[in-house]
Write a protein that binds this ligand. Structure first.
Ligand code: MN
Length: 495
């Protein structure tokens, strides 16, 4: 997704009670705030000021317009003065774009020595924002509320965060996921209600036979394969097996052909996420590893074994992350390190970990046996993930609702070399501690497949869950098992 023609609307609420001069001043102040915010050049999308909203007709019109304008990702409101909220009820009910209430005022400090009643009439956010908040609450409408002076960095950070989620919501409503094959036979957590997912999130999931892909792969020319392998040579460190003349060189050529075929198939169909299933690969020489990794790096969502929910979530999270320098990848909790005071999770997959996580070192390109699937040895990129805070997110269909489970984790530098492990990986510590974090994950029915992101925070996904109306469960340093059990029990009633 590019940010071309995407924007955030800014609607300032007032009313006619205070006279034309007051409204003119409100408009001038609104212009100054929007120009000031845009001037910072820190927001992912431009903020576009709309005329001051003072009547139900005007408010209804701007909300309808926001819905119809594809480029409008979300709406920020600021109640500069009191703006009776019955006027907002119909418009807000119609509004189908993410909403942020910026609870701010023009001045930072009270002008103690000069403040008169005119000033009081003009600067009423403190109670105007409450009136607006009541209507939003009464409508049970999702809304992000950001409180603070509009020049504060903390305010900018939160508004920016919300804008990133707006991009994710937009993507969710436009996303098409391609499945090559179906769910891996008896696996439960990767299944779900695709119709309900489309209703809730907007994305569609379409199945294709692997042969539909094989036809495209087989049509790729040798020249295109050679050119792509040249690119591999410049980007990665090749092992002796895969260098020119190496015993596994042909497997790299085959992998390049699969990558080109996959890419063409996805581009032709407008798909931004896809799944494979290592049990249904007839006609492909190897499980797509390298190509999948490189497509993820280019922004595609992916998950293995038919897991369309995680593939879609990865794409949406990649759009939210935008051009962040840190990575976001498909991940699977693979194995544990139990050691006194140093319990760790090692995450990886058979092959498919996104090299956006490999920000510190050049990945190694290798071909190694896979052991399952009964195919040729697949090509893959190998690297480890740099240390730093991250989130692990999983989306489950609980039967009557989707649950988004988010765990705050702490990726650490790989404590020891793994010379025999031929896949990319990340090693992390759990919050609040290993035993509680994992117990909570299992109690919440969390999937083994996740999206690991070092670019996004828990807060991004909380907003996403609010906006899409799904359940959100967070595991972080405040988690305790009794409270989590109660939360899950109460959520069952709530949904
Ligand atoms: Mn898996």
């Amino acid at each position: 997704m590019t940010s071309d023609n995407k924007e955030i609307w800014f609607v300032v609420g007032s009313q006619h009670l205070y006279g034309e001069d007051a409204l003119k001043q409100v408009a001038v102040n609104a212009e100054a705030v929007v120009a000031g915010l845009n001037g910072l050049k820190i927001f992912p999308f431009p903020i576009v000021l709309k005329p001051v909203a003072t009547t139900p007709e005007q408010i209804g019109a701007v909300c309808r317009e926001a819905n119809y304008r594809d480029g409008c990702l979300g709406v920020i409101t600021w109640l500069h003065t009191f703006s009776p909220a019955k006027m907002w009820s119909v418009g807000l009910k119609l509004l189908d774009k993410p909403l942020l209430q910026l609870h701010t005022q023009m001045n930072a400090e009270i002008p103690w020595s000069t403040m008169d009643m005119d000033f009081m009439n003009l600067n009423q956010t403190a109670h105007g924002g409450r009136e607006f908040g009541f209507m939003v609450a009464r409508l049970r409408k999702p809304c992000t509320v950001v409180v603070g002076h509009w020049q504060e960095e903390r305010v900018h950070k939160r508004v920016s965060e919300w804008m990133r989620v707006c991009a994710g919501i937009y993507e969710s409503r436009h996303l098409k996921v391609a499945r090559f094959g179906d769910n891996m036979r008896e696996v439960a957590v990767t299944e779900g209600d695709k119709v309900e997912a489309q209703v809730k999130f907007g994305f569609s999931v379409s199945a294709y036979a692997v042969h539909d892909l094989v036809d495209v792969v087989d049509a790729v020319s040798d020249a295109d394969v050679a050119a792509l392998v040249d690119e591999y040579e410049t980007l990665y460190t090749l092992t002796d097996h895969v260098k020119k003349g190496g015993d596994k060189r042909q497997n790299v050529l085959d992998a390049a052909r699969i990558e080109l075929g996959l890419r063409r198939f996805l581009e032709a169909g407008g798909f931004k996420a896809f799944i494979t299933n290592f049990e249904t690969l007839k006609g492909l020489k190897q499980l797509p590893g390298l190509g999948v990794q490189r497509l993820m790096k280019d922004g595609y969502g992916f998950a293995g074994e038919g897991d369309w929910k995680t593939a879609a979530l990865l794409r949406i999270m990649k759009v939210m992350a935008g051009d962040a320098k840190k990575g976001t990848s498909f991940m699977e909790d693979y194995t544990y390190n139990f050691a006194p005071d140093n319990d760790l999770v090692l995450g990886a997959h058979m092959l498919e970990v996104c090299p956006s996580l490999a920000v510190e070192a050049k990945p190694t390109l290798d071909v190694q046996p896979l052991g399952i699937g009964g195919k040729d040895d697949p090509a893959r990129l190998i690297f480890s993930t740099p240390a730093g805070p991250a989130i692990n997110a999983a989306l489950m269909d609980m039967g009557n609702r989707f649950r988004l489970l988010i765990a705050a984790v702490n990726v650490i530098s790989q404590p020891q070399p793994l010379p025999k492990l031929p896949v990319a990986r990340a090693v992390w510590q759990c919050e609040p501690d290993f035993a509680t974090g994992i117990e909570a994950w299992i109690l919440a029915g969390g999937s083994h497949h996740t999206v690991l992101s070092q670019a996004l925070s828990v807060e991004h996904l909380r907003i996403f869950a609010e906006e899409t109306g799904i359940e959100c469960v967070v595991i972080d340093r405040n988690t305790t098992i009794p409270a989590l059990r109660n939360e899950l029990r109460w959520n069952d009633v709530a949904y």
